[in-house]
Design a protein around this ligand. Structure first.
Ligand code: HEM
Length: 128
């Protein structure tokens, strides 16, 4: 584990739609890489070796990956925002990841169009 960053910038509140977030999935090396958790967008560019194209955690990049983080899943179909069906334990895991990212990465904004919990447009099953 690396120590928490001590030089984080004040959180920004820029709006991102899920569609806009997709640009920041590491495919374009000239753009930053973002991961959103519970609608909060984190800039993970300094760990491009982890989240960049072809890297182990690229599945979380350019999206709100709350569900997969809570479930400790690396399945791309789980990397969606809806965490409404997670167990208590998985919700705790999700919140622990939120804290982990908060301590290490700058917050650049919020996702403005998260689908309502349990809706078909962003549930794990619709991505299959
Ligand atoms: C065989 C299983 C796994 C191994 C060996 C593994 C290994 C690692 C290692 C070595 C790190 C770096 C820790 C550090 O910063 O020093 C890490 C970070 C991480 N792992 Fe895993 N992992 C595994 C499974 C998973 C799974 C199932 C998830 C799904 C949620 C996951 C999500 C993450 C995340 C989000 C990070 C933080 C990366 C960062 O921002 O630095 N890992 N893992």
């Amino acid at each position: 584990m690396q120590p928490a960053q001590t030089d984080l910038a004040p959180p920004k509140d820029d709006p991102f739609t899920l569609e806009q977030l997709k640009q920041f999935d590491g495919t374009d090396p000239t753009k930053p890489i973002y991961v959103a958790i519970k609608g909060t967008v984190f800039d993970v560019t300094r760990k491009a070796d982890t989240y960049g194209k072809g890297k182990s955690y690229n599945l979380f990049a350019g999206k709100d990956a709350s569900r997969a983080l809570g479930m400790s899943s690396l399945k791309p179909e789980d990397a969606v925002s809806d965490y409404s069906t997670l167990s208590e334990g998985d919700l705790k895991t999700l919140n622990d990841w939120f804290d982990f990212f908060s301590k290490r990465y700058n917050i650049v904004g919020k996702v403005t169009d998260l689908p309502p919990p349990g809706s078909a447009s962003d549930s794990a099953t619709s991505a299959l």
